[in-house]
Write a protein that binds this ligand. Sequence first.
Ligand code: ZN
Ligand code: ZN
Length: 384
Amino acid sequence: MFGTLKFIPKNLPAVSLVFIGRELEMDRNPQDAAQSPRPKVGRFSQAVNLHYPLRENNIYKNPWETWQDHGLTTMMSFLKIAATEMHKTGVPRNIDELNKVLPVFRPDFEPNPDGRPKVTWIGHATVVLQMDGITVLTDPIFSDRCSPVQFVGNKRYRPPACGIDALPAIDAVVISHNHYDHLDLGSVRQLNARFGEKLRWYVPEGTAQWMRGNGCENVVEMNWWDENILPGTDVTFAFTPSQHWCKRTAFDYCKQLWGSWCVISPKHRFFFGGDTGYCVGFKEIGDVYGPFDISAIPIGAYEPRWFMKFAHVNPEEAVKIHIDIKSRKSLGIHWGTFILTTEYFMDPPEKLKEALEAAQLSNNDFCTVCHGKAVSSDDPANTS
Ligand code: ZN
Ligand code: ZN
């Protein structure tokens, strides 16, 4: 996939990185590669020290100093804690109580008439973005469980705000990485059945083969800083960094890439953080593609910190991302749906408020909404 350029030095000047990016595209399967000619909308000439993923023996690696791989011993310690401390999450067993704290609303998919970005939270990292006449779905998971199989595994405690049949017509899906809570086979199949080849799947490098194997025809896989224009529109999709990892089976550790996405029309910009730890990549994204009118940034699944901090931001770090990428308004995602970690289930929005206060920001800058509710750019935050 990288052709002859297997390792890319971290600190090349931006101009060289643009050049390398173009070289890489030329090596690709034309269906995977970004279309050409395609002007870069990113401000690459202003940015320095852009990072690319490292790759060794077919395994992608984070280029960040803030990343650390967990060894087997650490992993075992976490699994032990996960088994004994999940009660700390405090998710009510009583459905009425749960409905009171975390009600799920039926979404209203009426787009803003002026094309202003509107982001509706379906649950977890799944949002519907409606912006300048296009509709984009992020990391769709509509299944009951984020698991290799649907009869056992992590079961959602809040249903998706709507089913796939109730979604508006989707033009594109962006996938941040292949973990089961972000790339769900059942949802891929259902979306495929409903939209077929009209739906364009934007996926990280190494993921297209899996998508095609599961029936997706219109697949574009990208490396960090690649751009692709959605056919028939003037909207650019750019794949950007994150600090994370990939795995679906015992044999595929980090064989596929991970990242975040920017959706850029001539009038508006949207950022999707996916799943990530904190790293300097977000400042780079802010330099190249910021400011963003609206963003979806993960705020949940962060405890215990000693284990989770490398792959998942806490609300404080989510606010740092909001600032780094120059987001004008952000929505907290990746919480309130699955029990993945040990923090109290309502801590992510609570701690977000504290972090915002500490950063002298408010919930008008960065908010959470109930499942099914939406937030638009330049609108007061709707936390009802
Ligand atoms: Zn993940
Ligand atoms: Zn996740």
